[in-house]
Ligand binder design. Structure first.
Ligand code: FE2
Length: 379
């Protein structure tokens, strides 16, 4: 009898498609600013961030100074050039204050760089190991829209305060926190016709999925319109909505941003809180300015969103918006731009089940934005 050779029985069905870029969340957001010392003071005083770490000439860094500040799982780095004629100085000259890096925590920064550059990502930084007495940290990075980059930060073998090169920043001035917890999402503004190419970039290069789409009918007022697609990584920890302007009677807020930022960039960063009424009350007390919407918004709110746990009165007083989706509801509010150019602003968001982005608020919100635009003479 001839021997039959059969395939080994141990062979299993192919595993579910593996996430080639597993992300653990946002590591930090780095801003390039005109004056990092003053910006750090502002974010501590106004938003309740805490001093974390510093690097600059005193720590051996020749071209820049950086202040890392933290609140719960939110970390911001404020970087300024201390000399002219270098990429950081050029960035500030062109864009004003703005976001340079959206840094993401990964288990393996080398693999993150290899997998993304292999798929067409343009390298910003090859995998680089930084070390000091507290261990090793590996970082790498790729470019995204405008001059923004994504850094991949592998910090499992690092026990220091922030990262090698920084020293612990201990300050005698420590205003209390305001309840901000983590980055919920970061929104990018891109140019005409550029939303879909960047959606494809996040799909192809970073393995993200398009989880929501808003067209110009969803996001339009009498005067202007925009389109938006929300990109999310596999586990949903990292969400990047991408906006582009759409045709309207007048200039849209995205166009105003592109003009004043002189290019594509981060429009807003949404920071989550567990108690938006408490957080916003505190922020307002500290001088943070929010977009205000007409009080008539609250007349129809109960009909639109049904029962919510919060009292309507404080929401109305503070101007907090509410929206509901199939899974729950969310509360949100938007600051005015945090620098003189009408560019970057923040969103404060509290999610109570809802995974969406406040579509029901778009119209009221964009009308409020247009009133601000009009006051600046840019509508
Ligand atoms: Fe948002």
């Amino acid at each position: 009898m001839p021997t039959t050779i059969t395939a080994p029985k141990t062979k299993t069905a192919p595993a579910a498609e593996k996430d080639f870029l597993p992300l653990q969340g946002t590591d930090y957001v780095e801003f390039y600013v005109g004056n990092a010392k003053q910006a750090a003071h502002f974010y501590k005083t106004a938003f309740g961030f805490q001093s974390l770490a510093y690097c600059g000439p005193e720590t051996g860094t020749k071209e820049k100074a950086s202040y890392a500040i933290r609140q719960n799982n939110l970390k911001l780095v404020l970087t300024t050039p201390i000399r002219p004629n270098n990429p950081i100085a050029d960035h500030v000259y062109k864009h004003g204050d703005g976001v340079k890096a959206l840094a993401l925590t990964v288990e393996d920064a080398t693999s993150a760089w290899e997998e993304t550059t292999k798929r067409g990502g343009k390298s910003f930084m090859k995998p680089t190991t930084l070390s000091d007495a507290d261990g090793e940290l590996v970082m790498s990075g790729i470019h995204t829209y405008g001059e923004v980059v994504h850094l991949f930060i592998e910090r499992d073998n690092y026990r220091g305060t922030f990262m090698p090169g920084f020293r612990k920043w201990e300050s005698a001035y420590n205003p209390p926190q305001t309840g901000l917890q983590y980055v919920d999402h970061c929104v990018g503004n891109v140019g005409w016709g550029q939303m879909n190419p960047w959606v494809k970039f996040y799909e192809d290069v970073m393995g993200f999925r398009n989880i929501l789409t808003f067209d110009d009918k969803d996001i339009s007022t009498e005067y202007s319109a925009l389109m938006s697609k929300v990109m999310s990584n596999g586990n949903g920890f990292v969400k990047f909505p991408i906006n582009e302007p759409a045709e309207g009677k007048r200039k849209s807020q995205v166009e105003e941003y592109l003009e004043f930022y002189d290019g594509e960039g981060v429009q807003h960063i949404a920071m989550a809180t567990k108690n938006i009424v408490k957080t916003v009350t505190e922020l307002e007390k500290r001088g943070v300015q929010f977009l205000k919407i007409p009080s008539t918004y609250y007349d129809t709110l109960p009909d639109r969103v049904g029962h919510i746990d919060e009292d309507l009165e404080p929401l109305k007083r503070l101007g907090i918006l509410v929206d509901r989706d199939n899974e729950g509801y969310l509360l949100q509010i938007f600051t005015k731009p945090v620098q003189d150019r009408p560019t970057l602003f923040f969103e404060i968001i509290q999610r109570k089940g809802a995974k969406s982005f406040g579509k029901g608020n778009f119209k009221a919100l964009f009308e409020a934005l247009e009133r601000e635009q009009e006051a600046r003479g840019n509508l």
